[in-house]
Design a binder for this molecule. Sequence first.
Ligand SMILES: [Zn+2]
Length: 273
Amino acid sequence: MPEVLRNGAAALFGSIRRRARTLVGAAAIGAGALAFSSCSVSSVLTPTVDVGAQTSSISQPRGLARLAPLSAMTAAYPRLSTPRASPGAAMPASEVECRRQLRRMGATYQDLAPINQGGSCRIDHPVQVSRLSGNIQMKPAATLSCDMALAFASWTKKELAPAARWRYLSGVKTIHQGSSYSCRNIAGSGGVASEHSKGNALDVMRIELKNGSDIDVRKPGWFSFRQRSLLNNVRTGGCEYFSTVLGPGYNAAHADHFHFDIKNRRNGYVACK
Ligand SMILES: [Zn+2]
């Protein structure tokens, strides 16, 4: 390398080294200042107050903490809305047929990834139902086995919607559900798995009509004549679609909601109370 170039290169590298030293010094001062509030490397590199997209004052988990649940609630009830990678892959014919009928009943649903939380808490081919026939919304979207989703979609279309039209001269706008899939035992049963843990049950808290009426199981007004007659409709009609329909008046655990399930009883016994 010619002398001139070598000198030039030396000068250039010297300049880079000096700048690098300055930067390292500045970084050391900055890191030293931040070290008072934190001792993790990622915290040093990430400002504590996020000035970007996240404007929440709640601190976001960093590094491995992101993998841990945010709260005990999240730990007990994991996010279940992960769409299935390839719906229909290796799905039994009965499940495929169920989906065909579910679509025919006018339901809007999404296939979810298999759920298996151990014990009886399991749905091999779950669906998430967000809408039923007649543009009736399901809020929040319900995670169910396809058989249960189909039973509920059929009952809504053939029993609930006509009953509401007959008694209230109105269509149904929204069904507010309180529990669909849920890994738990029957309250007070001493450890018997709930049909909710198989995705075979749904709890209805409130039915909102298009004319503004609100059939709220939890409100005292529920026992007005018209509401009571709809309630009777809900029960008797429901028994053709479900094997269990429990509502207010059955026991304290069902004072504020209707419980529907398709529990498979060997003797074909149907519980409608
Ligand atoms: Zn229930």
